[in-house]
Write a protein that binds this ligand. Structure first.
Ligand SMILES: Cc1cc2nc3c(=O)[nH]c(=O)nc-3n(C[C@H](O)[C@H](O)[C@H](O)COP(=O)(O)O)c2cc1C
Ligand code: SF4
Length: 599
């Protein structure tokens, strides 16, 4: 008779073999095991403890960290509606309600027959074509009430996803403005040929001359990063492409990996040659699972052209290949040290820095982590030279920037501009009218009010990883900030107390204000929380968590004031209300049973 554990061996063995029984692949193994079985069964974990020689607590610790991994059965169809503010603006809450009613399931629960579970998830990276949902991790966009009716019908009839109408899964690129990066008719191998002709040291000089700064948000000099890593001692060097793209409102990496993957992979290969790496990773957010087949084809084409693999372009000492690893629904894994932990198959907890990844990264070895757009840009620089690139943009922000434009505008999508473009110009180009505010760089970015629309997108003015969310005057900026605060509370990894507790307290305060129970006292508390999060948080998530509230209080105070019914202190917890159950149980409702009257 087959034991409970052996039952899982049939599907786990091939997965484990594919991953070479490596503990560093734990996250990938768990993700694939779940794809097979629907959730991660306790007996499957027992089997993995034996095969990977890892303690159970470690495997469960990883499985519970990632919100796309489940230790309990979920629905056969796992539906997750994007909870981003732009999806809300397009009616996602009503659509989710409609689906819950049609399928007789409560939000967050599994239907009694185990057929379906419906819940929310953070931004799915489809803000230009929302409202969006994921069903078994595959995205469906442009939801309408009619589309929800059709989806419910398919679920009720248990139609496999592979037989759902293809148009449900169509994802548009929506490229609206092209400049040097998106216009380039990049030829596979051209940048690598230029590198081999010029030499690695000289190409590194070109990258430095270009003044290219990282496009993932922090804006660190790419040339310096590569130089530090090249100089660092280690047995192996690694290159990692950060395609976690979890910042609400950002979707430009999705478009780059769809249409420009070859150029991105060439950027990784250039970097590998310069720093001396033989192995690279693309860390792809779980929400972009649908890109996998396409990316594998591009990688294979590059191997066939000898642009990846051993002896690249005939150079005996040039070996390099790229592996794709998936995230599983944890925004914090976009932070480079958390990403490296996740790549090593662990919980995505940010590391103490220093040491930095350039000297102590993947498996404690020198590692370059760069954003998708940074690698795409470096291919162009290797091809056309640093001086050419540095002449574009502004003196301190060279080159161009891809913006992911969404929200209240006629033409949401991808816009590429030389750095220095004004907010007003972008608004005019995307057909925004009556604009009240723009949230630049996502929840952790900056909220720009109308009087500031002459400001520029540039590291020296408004730096951005790419999100550009537009809000017209019909929008309530308090609710925008509240959505972002909920996002941070949900995404805090819980490692450090100030962030774990602070983001929850902030969420409670915003909810209290939303219920009309707030008082001016809460503003002082928010200010204190901000100081605490800034000074005591371990990573950028905690540092940024108060930004949306601070910005909107400063610029849209009436949106807060109109919610203040009281001008005296109001506690967050209504003790008298909480005692109502006790009153009911004891059958008392006299004055003495109420807090106010008993004083
Ligand atoms: C909470 C958090 C999330 C982040 N998410 C991303 C991300 O999704 N993509 C990204 O490239 N960088 C992200 N970053 C920045 C990375 O830590 C790192 O700076 C970046 O990948 C370096 O690449 P670059 O120099 O090309 O910008 C994030 C940082 C923090 C603090
Ligand atoms: S600041 Fe927040 S997200 Fe960052 S490590 Fe601490 S708990 Fe985790």
């Amino acid at each position: 008779m087959v034991s409970d554990t052996e039952r899982h061996a049939t599907y786990l063995d091939p997965i484990l073999e594919r991953h070479g029984f490596a503990a560093t692949s734990l996250l990938q193994v768990l993700r694939e095991a779940q794809e097979h079985f629907g959730y991660i069964h306790a007996d499957a974990i027992t089997y993995l403890t034996q095969k990977l020689k890892l303690p159970r607590v470690k495997i469960e610790g990883v499985a519970t960290f990632y919100s796309f991994l489940y230790l309990q059965p979920r629905g056969e169809y796992r539906v997750l509606f994007s909870d981003n503010i732009t999806d809300h603006m397009l009616g996602s809450a009503a659509l989710m309600n409609q689906m819950c009613q049609q399928l007789w399931v409560e939000p967050g629960k599994v239907s009694e027959d185990g057929l379906v579970s419906i819940s929310t998830t953070s931004c799915t990276g489809m803000c230009d074509q929302g409202p969006a949902l994921l069903v078994n991790n595959i995205a469906i966009n442009r939801l309408t009430p009619e589309r929800i009716v059709n989806i419910c019908e398919l679920i009720r009839k248990r139609v496999p996803l592979s037989a759902w109408p293809a148009e449900f899964f169509a994802i548009a690129d929506n490229i609206r403005r092209r400049d040097i990066l998106l216009d380039s008719s990049f030829e596979s191998g051209s940048a690598l040929n230029a590198l081999l002709a010029r030499g690695s040291t000289e190409t590194l000089q070109e990258i430095k001359l270009s003044k290219l700064r990282g496009r993932g948000g922090a804006g660190f000099s790419t040339g310096s990063k590569w130089e530090f890593c090249r100089a660092a001692h280690g047995t192996h060097h690694y290159v990692v492409c950060n395609a976690d793209e979890g910042e609400p409102g950002t979707f430009k990496d999705r478009v780059l990996l769809t249409g420009y993957a070859d150029q991105v992979f060439e950027g990784l290969t250039l970097c590998a040659r310069i720093i001396g790496a033989r192995k690279g990773f693309l860390y792809l957010r779980g929400e972009y699972r649908y890109l996998l087949d396409h990316l594998l084809v591009v990688l294979q084409q590059r191997r066939d052209k000898r642009l990846l693999g051993s002896s690249i372009l005939g150079c005996a000492d040039f070996d390099f290949d790229i592996e794709i690893h998936f995230g599983a629904g944890a925004y914090v894994c976009g932070e480079e040290s958390a990403l490296i932990e996740s790549l090593e198959g662990k919980r995505g907890t940010p590391r103490n820095r220093p040491p930095f990844p350039v000297s102590n990264g993947y498996l404690d070895q020198p590692t370059v982590v760069n954003n998708v757009e940074t690698f795409a840009a470096s291919s162009l620089i290797a091809l056309r030279g640093g001086a050419w690139y540095a002449a574009i943009g502004t003196a301190t922000s060279s080159g161009t920037k891809l913006l992911s434009v969404s929200g209240d505008c006629e033409r949401p999508g991808i816009y590429e501009y030389p750095f220095g473009v004004t907010v007003a110009q972008v608004l005019a180009d995307c057909g925004a009218r009556d604009t009240q505010a723009v949230q630049v760089s996502g929840a952790s970015g900056v909220c720009v009010a109308a009087q500031e629309f002459t400001r520029r997108i540039a590291f020296e003015d408004i730096p951005t990883a790419g999100a550009f969310m537009v809000f017209d005057h019909s929008r309530d900026m308090f609710e925008v900030a509240r959505n972002f605060v909920h996002f941070f509370a949900h995404e805090s990894c819980g490692f450090c107390t100030p962030c774990r507790v602070g983001t929850r307290l902030l969420q409670n305060m915003m909810d209290k204000l939303a219920r009309g129970n707030g008082s001016p006292y809460d503003f002082a508390e928010i200010e204190k929380l901000d100081q605490l999060l800034l000074s005591m948080s371990h990573c950028g998530l905690g540092h940024a968590a108060c930004n949306p509230v601070k910005d909107t209080i400063a610029k849209f105070r009436p949106a807060y004031d109109k919610r203040l019914k009281h001008h005296e202190f109001e506690p967050a917890f209504d003790l008298d209300y909480a005692l109502s159950q006790a009153r009911q149980m004891t059958g008392r409702d006299d004055a003495g049973a109420h807090l106010g009257e008993s004083k």
